[in-house]
Design a protein around this ligand. Structure first.
Ligand SMILES: [Zn+2]
Length: 304
């Protein structure tokens, strides 16, 4: 069991004892090495494999891995794809890998690629949102953030002067409501306010520069492979106003979210809904790959 909600005293943020209690309940349920490292290694003959950091927690050690274009052309724009910032959001990890395996060759002479498929491997194995320290990497892409965030930030800085596009691949799941939302409230000593989980795919734009036509181009293509989340009765998706069909916006930098780490003109976060009766794992992966491709086609057309 990985139940988080009963830990701690209601109204009081967790201390070290509560975090230890939470951690002791997290069970390794799958293998980063078997599932992900083997796939990255298999792509190593087509892309350059980069070990960009080490995560060490108690007896566990993970090598953070990315793949990039074998030949880097300074004159070409660059694309950054990130997955597994939240380890439990499996289609983001598999979508990043599937993009490299199935699609990336078609763009080889048009864009430099950097893909970090599984940014939080400890959480991948435990099917959780947080790292070992009960920290959500995706609120902490800051210089004093956890290693999952700072290692990626260092990698992206070393790779390209700037990026044309960054797409960060996520899911919104039923466990956000049943497990992770209550755990977050317990951790921070706050009352849990339940949000409706949207049934379908949506995108999160940067409120500082939403690039709406870019987001809409992605929605138009993803809609061909999966359904788009409708707004709720308040015209919102998970508490944020819908600014266009299937699109909400957050202040990415203020929240320390992953797509704030580059100055890419085109940024987005995908949110696939894997718990729909209409969704399958393959379909969720396809939605992620379709989003990358559609965004890249739009960005390259704008780039000229
Ligand atoms: Zn996520």
């Amino acid at each position: 069991m990985t139940s988080d909600s009963p830990i701690g005293v209601p109204g009081l943020p967790w201390g070290e004892a509560e975090r230890d209690d939470w951690r002791s309940r997290q069970v390794r349920q799958r293998s980063y090495r078997d599932d992900i490292v083997t796939r990255i290694d298999a792509l190593g003959d087509r892309f350059e494999r980069i070990a960009y950091g080490q995560v060490r927690y108690a007896d566990d050690a993970y090598t953070l891995l990315a793949l990039r274009s074998r030949v880097m052309h300074p004159s070409l724009p660059s694309l950054l794809v990130t997955g597994g910032v939240h380890g439990y959001e499996t289609s983001g990890v598999l979508g990043a890998l599937a993009f490299l395996d199935q699609v990336a060759d078609a763009y080889a002479d048009r864009v430099n690629l950097l893909v970090a498929p599984c940014i939080s491997p400890w959480a991948y194995e435990r099917i959780h949102r947080w790292n070992y320290d009960a920290v959500d990497p995706n609120r902490n892409f800051r210089s004093d953030g956890p290693v999952e965030a700072t290692a990626l930030m260092a990698l992206t800085r070393s790779f390209a002067g700037d990026y044309l596009m960054h797409i960060d691949l996520h899911e919104t799941t039923d466990t956000d409501k049943t497990q992770f939302g209550p755990a977050l409230s317990a951790r921070d000593g706050k009352e849990f306010v339940e949000e409706e989980i949207p049934d379908g795919f949506y995108l999160v734009a940067d409120s500082a520069d939403p690039q709406l036509a870019f987001q809409q181009a992605i929605i138009a293509e993803v809609e061909k492979v999966t359904h788009i989340a409708p707004p709720d009765a308040r015209g919102e998706i998970i508490g944020s106003p819908v600014i266009a069909r299937g699109i909400i916006e957050y202040p990415l930098a203020r929240l320390g979210l992953c797509p704030s780490i580059t100055k890419a003109r085109f940024k987005t976060t995908t949110e696939v809904y894997p718990d729909s009766p209409r969704a399958t794992p393959d379909n969720c992966t396809l939605a992620q790959v379709t989003a990358i491709r559609a965004g890249l086609d739009f960005a390259l057309a704008q780039h000229g």
